[in-house]
Design a protein around this ligand. Structure first.
Ligand SMILES: [Fe+2]
Length: 284
């Protein structure tokens, strides 16, 4: 293949979120289109590479063409300090912690909402799919914010939300023992603006399963607002749902979307290989 033949083609999957990208692996690994792919990711939130079936090495290399592989990638780190293997998202482990993490994926969230700098993007490759359920959904939080009345946007921009491990834990275990609650309290917690004003000029809502309360607001009003905004942002016109086939690879802009997996039997063998791109800006 000549360099001139290395092209990518993008097709919108819904009006407000998601594009399908048709390109072959050599073209993607060449890095010739990294800037184009980054721009498309930012514009469309989710990029689907149907049936591309990259190996782990190819997925790591492709991720590396787009930015820095995140420390949160959690794969094995090699002697050169670079990730050697991919993080495996599955339930083939008799590990309560891993199972709880998988259940957390069933709730709308943004990865790293309690970090100073959340990851920029995640890339998932489907190795085995669930026989029933297990689709992934993404919601475009920029489009959701832009669709709010301007006066409300201005009010929301003044607010801060505490994101906390105890709030997330409470959704899985609503009646914890005191010892369990104490343990969840010791987990991370961070105050973040409700509206992320990105360096690019875009603005997005930061809500989801880790959002505990709006600072300085009456508890009932705070809960009312957080539920209303999460419900608003995840309306069908802002959402793309992917029904996985083995070999599909999907990449998403973690800074401007929420995502969740639809429920599936955790021991069904569903297996995703994940890489992540290091974040480049704090929520501000
Ligand atoms: Fe996630």
């Amino acid at each position: 293949m000549t360099v001139a033949e290395m092209t990518i083609a993008a097709t919108e999957l819904t009006p407000l979120i998601g594009s399908r990208v048709d390109a072959d692996i050599d073209t993607l690994l060449s890095g010739r289109h990294s800037q184009e792919i980054r721009a498309l990711l930012s514009e469309r939130g989710v990029l689907v590479f149907p049936g591309i079936a990259m190996t782990d090495e190819q997925q790591l290399a492709f991720t590396g063409t787009l930015g820095t592989i995140a420390d949160e990638n959690n794969g094995t780190i090699g002697p050169d300090g670079k990730p050697q293997s991919i993080y495996k998202v599955d339930a083939a482990q008799d590990d309560q912690h891993a199972i709880r993490r998988l259940r957390n994926n069933f709730l709308w969230h943004l990865d790293g909402s309690m970090h100073e700098v959340p990851i920029l993007a995640s890339i998932l490759s489907a190795k085995r799919v669930a026989p029933v359920g297990g689709e992934t959904e993404w919601a475009n939080c920029c489009a959701a914010f832009a669709a709010l009345p301007e006066t409300e946007q201005q009010e929301l921009e003044k607010l801060r939300v505490v994101h906390a491990n105890w709030a997330l834990a409470g959704r899985q275990n609503p009646e914890p023992s005191y010892a369990e609650f104490q343990q969840s309290r010791r987990g991370p917690s961070k105050s973040q603006p409700l509206v992320w004003k990105h360096a690019s000029g875009r603005k997005s809502l930061v809500v989801g399963s880790t959002a505990a309360y709006v600072e300085g607001m009456d508890p009932l009003e705070s809960q009312d607002l957080l539920v209303r905004l999460r419900d608003w942002a995840t309306q069908s016109q802002f959402v793309y749902r992917h029904e996985w086939k083995v070999g599909d690879m999907v990449m998403w802009d973690n800074t401007a979307t929420l995502h969740r997996a639809l429920p599936y039997e955790l021991n069904c063998g569903r297996l995703m290989h994940r890489t992540m791109l290091k974040g480049e800006e704090s929520i501000a």
